[in-house]
Design a protein around this ligand. Sequence first.
Ligand code: NAI
Length: 334
Amino acid sequence: MRVAVFSAKSYDIEYLGAAAAGRHELEFLEPRLSAQTAGLASGFPAVSLFVNDQADAAALEQLAAVGVRHLALRSAGYNHVDLEAAERLGIGVARVPAYSPHAVAEHTVALMLDLNRRIHRAYTRVRDLNFSLEGLLGFDLNGKTVGVVGTGAIGAVVVRILRGFGCRILAHDVVENEQCIALGAQYASLQRLLTESDIVTLHCPLTPDTEHLIRAETLAIAKPGMMLINTSRGGLVDTGAVIEALMDGVIGYLGLDVYEEEADLFFTDLSDRVVRDDVIVRLLALPNVLVTGHQAFFTREALEKIAEVTVANLTAFEAGRSSGNEVGSERIRG
Ligand code: NAI
C-alpha cells in the first residue's frame, strides 16, 4: 500500500523504511501535516503522522477529500488528532500504544538527576577549568517523596526505578495500577500529592480533563521548592503559571521534554534563527530549568518498536482487519 509519511526525519527513513520494505511503499515527506500540506497525501490511502502533525478537522477534511482513509500514528499520544472529525469522515486512526515505556521513564529520571545534581551546569563549568562546587549543592533522592501523576505503562516504570533509589511514592490516577501498589506506591488525591511531594512527575495523557493540570491554583498548594518534571505533553502545564512559580520559588527545579508551543520549535535546528517565542527563551535563561526537545522516546529500541507496530497497523488496515491499536473517539469522550 502507498503511504505518505509526514514529518519524516532521517531516523524515520532508516527505521520505518526497513520495517516496511517489501510490504508497503512509503513516501517520506518533510513537512508537518496541516490543512495547508494535507494535499501532499493525494493518491495515498494511508498517512503516517508524528506528535506535532496537526490532524485537526480542517486537515482531516482535506485528507478525506484526497482519498486518505487511515492515519497510522508513530506515537502513543493522540491528542493531536481530532478523533470525532476522523470518525465523521470515515478515517481510521491507529497508534503505537506502548513502544518503550523504559525510554521515556529513563529520560524522566535523567532529568531529575541532572537538575538535582546540576550536571548541566557542572559540565560547562569544568570545561572552563572552574572546579568550584559553589551553587552545585544537591539533595539525596533516598527518602524523598515523588508524586507520579498517571501510573500507566510509563508511570509504572518510573515508580519501579525510583523505588530503587529509596523514594517514597505518592501516585495519582483515575485507575489504580496493582503493579505500583505492589512496589509500595500509595495512591492519593492530586491535592495531597502536590502538598507532600518533593518531586512531581507527569505521565498522564493530554485530554480535556488533564489540560493545565498544573496551573496557578494547583501550584498554590504545591510544596515550596519542589521539582516539576513533564515528559508527557506540554498542554498538561500552564507555562505562564509555571514561570511565575519559578520566580516565586514555588518551583525550585523544572525539567521539560515537552512544551505547549513546541510544534513550531521542536525537531528542527533553529540555532541560526531568531526565535520569536519569548516564553521558551525566558525558560532557557533560568539556571534551574532544563529543557530537552521531545527526545524522551528517542532510543534505538523505541524506534524499532514504533516502526514494527506502525507497519503492522498499516498491514491490518490494508487487509480490512483490526490491529487492536485503533483509537476511537469514545476514548476522549470517556
Ligand atoms: P498509558 O495510557 O499507559 O498511561 C496513562 C495513564 O494516565 C493511565 O493509567 C490513565 O489512567 C492515566 N490517566 C488518564 N487520565 C488521567 C487523569 N485525569 N488523571 C490522572 N491520570 C490519568 O500511557 P503511557 O504509555 O504511560 O504514556 C503516558 C503519556 O506519555 C502519553 O499520553 C504521552 O502523552 C506521553 N509520551 C511522551 C513521550 C515523549 O517522548 N516525551 C513518548 C511517549 C509517550
